[in-house]
Design a protein around this ligand. Structure first.
Ligand code: URA
Length: 209
C-alpha cells in the first residue's frame, strides 16, 4: 500500500527552491518553513473527521461543519521540527503539543532519545509528527515508535524534504503511517545528508553554524 504523498503544488515548489538556496538567511528560512508547513498541513489533514453543526447566518440557519482540533496532537522532533510547529498550530490552534528529543549519533547514525513528553492520546486522536528532513528515516521511525508506545494510533509524518532511503525505512518500519513530503530528493551522502537537500535544517533555522 502506498502511504507517502508528495505535495508538489506550485506554491510549495517555489518556496522550497528559496529554502534550498544557500544564500537564504535564517529569518526568511524560518518564514518559509512555516509557510510550507501550512501548505502541507492543508493537504495532510484532508482525512480528519468532520462533524456537522448548525450555524446561524445573518439571514437563516444552515448546516455547516467543524473539526475537533482538540483531538489533534502535533509532535515536533527536537530541534528542527520546532521550525514547523507554528505553521501547524496556526491552522489547528487547539492541537496539543508533544515533544520528542532525538539527536543523531554521528558515528552510528542512529537516533538517541533525550526528551519525551506527550499529552493524552486516545484511539481516535490524530497525531502529526514534524521533522523538516526525512533522511535515514531512523529518527522518524523511532519517534513513531515512541508515539505508538504512548497510545498513538493514527499517525501522519510531515517532512519538508525526504530521501528515498528514509521513505523506504519508514514505510518498512511502520506500514500504517501516512507520510507527506514536498520533495523526494536524489539520495543521502556518506554523512546522511540529503542531496541536493538544503543543508542542516536545524543549523539554518537557528543559525548555529
Ligand atoms: N538533517 C538535516 O538537517 N539535513 C539533512 O540533509 C539530513 C538530515
Amino acid at each position: 500500500m502506498m502511504s507517502h504523498f508528495v505535495i508538489d503544488h506550485p506554491l510549495v515548489l517555489h518556496k522550497l527552491t528559496i529554502l534550498r538556496d544557500k544564500m537564504t538567511g535564517p529569518k526568511e528560512f524560518r518564514e518559509l518553513v512555516k509557510e510550507i508547513t501550512m501548505l502541507m498541513t492543508y493537504e495532510a489533514t484532508r482525512h480528519i473527521a468532520l462533524k456537522r453543526r448548525e450555524v446561524e447566518t445573518p439571514l437563516e440557519k444552515c448546516m455547516g461543519y467543524e473539526i475537533n482540533d482538540k483531538n489533534v496532537v502535533v509532535v515536533p522532533i527536537l530541534r528542527a521540527g520546532l521550525g514547523m510547529m507554528d505553521g501547524f498550530l496556526q491552522l489547528l490552534p487547539n492541537a496539543s503539543v508533544g515533544y520528542v528529543g532525538l539527536y543523531r549519533n554521528e558515528e552510528t547514525k542512529t537516533p538517541v532519545e533525550y526528551y519525551m513528553k506527550f499529552p493524552k492520546m486516545f484511539d481516535n486522536t490524530e497525531i502529526f509528527i514534524l521533522d523538516p528532513m526525512l533522511a535515514t528515516g531512523n529518527s522518524a521511525a523511532k519517534a513513531v515508535e515512541l508515539v505508538k508506545n504512548n497510545g498513538g494510533k493514527h499517525i501522519t509524518m510531515l517532512s519538508v524534504l525526504s530521501a528515498p532511503e528514509g521513505i523506504e525505512v519508514l514505510e518498512k518500519a511502520h506500514p500504517d503511517l501516512k507520510i507527506y513530503t514536498s520533495s523526494i530528493d536524489r539520495e543521502l551522502n556518506e554523512n546522511a545528508y540529503i542531496l541536493p537537500g538544503l543543508g542542516d535544517a536545524g543549523d539554518r533555522l537557528y543559525r548555529t553554524k
